[in-house]
Design a protein around this ligand. Structure first.
Ligand code: ZN
Length: 558
């Protein structure tokens, strides 16, 4: 009899999950927004071996701590699931983060130019100082672009290059000389040197998307060590803002060999951000052969929880990229690739900006779906700010999701508040129709990567200079906006069962916030930061009251 009891006890201890008895980390006395189906709030949370072991009251969770457990007192602070940007060019941004100057969030041109001056003192002498985008004139109290004289004064001994979106660049004389640019003929096709009223060159360059992309390509690239350092630094910068994951859609100026720095950081076990990445077609006309080659040994979903292959996009063929009037041949070529991707169970995300022409794309998706169902493959459309209910219903029928970015936060300055703009982007309609919505920024060339800037914009629809464009009919509540940025985005990398909310069994990806997202005045949402960010229960960023955890983190990674 005694023996039998012993056997039963032994069985119990095997069957009962370890988390029921103990946990290596507990977070107590907080306001934990679980973002579960009920949007429930809990006081405390226990983590064991990287996953959420239990949620409950402080008294309940305290009992799960054992000697040696890490006990974190939240002191009433708000905790959210780690934020996930469903459309950020993070791999590209990371490559140059250690060698670029960042104007994101600078409130004045004076401060922005000051950052150039600061960089001229900290970077190696003669280094290029490059601002690659992510800023807008309206964020500056001066409401204007920098002049060449200002940049020259800030960094007289460095070549300086400042890019605004994909339409304008300012370079100092040393930068122009280094790239041998003296006349329009020296610029990529479509580029033009700006002249002042007297016909003198200003150092400014205007051009279309392609001209500016080609110009940027002429800049010296960071070397491999700088790319690796940039990747680590950029991911940590995102951790500082509560991000624990991104879905990366490739992009311009990003070639297959440019992924090596990311792969290096992953091999070293130094990823602090979960990355799901897709591949773009590269060479116009040769995309199908390229994508077949690149994915021959790369099945959909290949990777691990830190780095995973997530299919194709956001550019499939150059011919269908930003083309509202593709030819029949362009569409046929696209269809062949899409059909092939569906047959291999791949996800596909597609950049499309105009609802007026999105029928071209949806018709192809529908054609593919008739032969190979795509409804379970999580295809998606990015941008499409003026999506109509008709298009959204077609997307819903195909199981196609929608990634929404805060493009109008910057770009909205150029548009008037019209009835059409009042409903852009129509996230409430999408929710009603049942289209999966993920939030994000499209950083870092055309937008800031700060998720709280984007969350504030979701909530108030105001541009960077405070112009209210969106109406209440398409404005989500705080809970829904947070859903878009967490569980909503997780859908796009097939991860909503693993992360995106704080429920038992999920990965312990979370952020302790500097302010309460739910109750702070809406204009303060954009200023929220993380004080403590965890990925899989591991501290990846800690500051302020949790600075001691940051010291421990650094000691451990040494
Ligand atoms: Zn795009």
């Amino acid at each position: 009899m005694k023996q039998r009891i012993a056997v039963v006890v032994a069985l119990c201890s095997i069957v009962a999950p370890a988390w029921a008895q103990s946990s290596d980390t507990v977070l107590l006395n907080g306001k934990i927004l679980t973002v579960d189906d009920q949007f429930a709030t809990r006081e405390a949370l226990a983590i064991h071996e990287g996953k959420i072991a239990a949620l409950g009251s402080t008294a309940e969770i305290k009992k799960l701590a054992r000697p040696g457990s890490r006990v974190i007192d939240l002191k009433g602070r708000t905790v959210i699931p780690g934020l996930i940007d469903s459309h950020m060019h993070a791999i590209r941004a990371a490559l140059s983060f250690a060698t670029e100057v960042n104007w994101i969030g600078a409130p004045s041109l004076a401060e922005a130019v000051g950052r150039i001056h600061e960089a001229s003192r900290t970077m190696r002498p003669g280094a290029w100082l490059i601002v690659a985008g992510g800023w807008n004139v309206q964020q500056f109290k001066e409401k204007r672009r920098p002049s060449q004289a200002e940049l020259l004064a800030a960094a007289p001994n460095n070549p300086v290059y400042v890019q605004l979106g994909y339409g304008w660049v300012m370079m100092t004389p040393a930068a122009l000389k280094a790239l041998n640019i003296a006349s329009d003929a020296d610029l990529p096709m479509g580029g033009k040197l700006d002249r002042d009223a007297n016909g003198n060159l200003t150092g400014g360059i205007t051009g279309g998307n392609n001209a500016i992309v080609a110009l940027f390509d002429k800049l010296p690239k960071p070397n491999f060590e700088e790319q690796v350092e940039g990747t680590r630094k950029f991911f940590r910068e995102l951790n500082r803002l509560g991000l624990t994951g991104v879905v990366d859609p490739g992009g311009n100026n990003l070639e297959p060999q440019d992924y090596q720095a990311l792969f290096h950081v992953w091999r070293q076990g130094q990823m602090t951000l979960r990355v799901a990445y897709s591949l773009c077609g590269q060479t116009p006309g040769a995309e199908f052969a390229e994508l077949k080659g690149l994915t021959q040994l790369l099945p959909m979903g290949f990777g691990d929880d830190m780095l995973r292959f997530n299919g194709l996009g956001e550019r499939i063929t150059a011919a269908m990229n930003n083309n509202n009037k593709p030819s029949d041949a362009d569409k046929e070529k696209y269809y062949e690739i899409a059909r092939w991707a569906a047959g291999r169970g791949m996800s596909l995300t597609m950049h499309w900006t105009n609802d007026e022409s999105v029928d071209q794309l949806l018709t192809i998706f529908e054609r593919v779906n008739k032969e190979t169902p795509i409804t379970g493959l999580r295809w998606s459309i990015a941008h499409l700010n003026n999506a109509s209910a008709v298009s959204l219903r077609r997307m819903k029928a195909l199981g196609v999701g929608w990634t929404v970015q805060d493009a109008l936060y910057f770009a909205g300055e150029q548009v008037q508040s019209t009835p059409a703009v009042r409903r852009q982007p129509p996230v409430e309609t999408a929710k009603e129709i049942g289209v999966p919505v993920g939030a994000g920024t499209d950083a870092h060339r055309v937008a800031s990567y700060n998720p709280f800037t984007a969350l504030q914009w979701f909530l108030d629809g105001k541009t960077v200079s405070g112009v209210a464009l969106r109406g209440p009919e398409e404005t989500p509540g705080r809970a829904d906006a947070l859903r878009f940025y967490t569980i909503g985005s997780a859908w796009f990398s097939h991860d909503e069962d693993k992360r995106g909310s704080l429920t038992v069994g999920k990965l312990a990806d979370l952020a302790v916030l500097s302010k309460d997202y739910m109750s702070v005045p809406v204009e303060e949402v954009g200023g929220i930061e993380s004080l403590l960010t965890m990925v899989g229960g591991k501290v990846v960023y800690a500051a302020g009251p949790y600075a001691v955890l940051e010291e421990r983190r650094q000691a451990e990674s040494r």
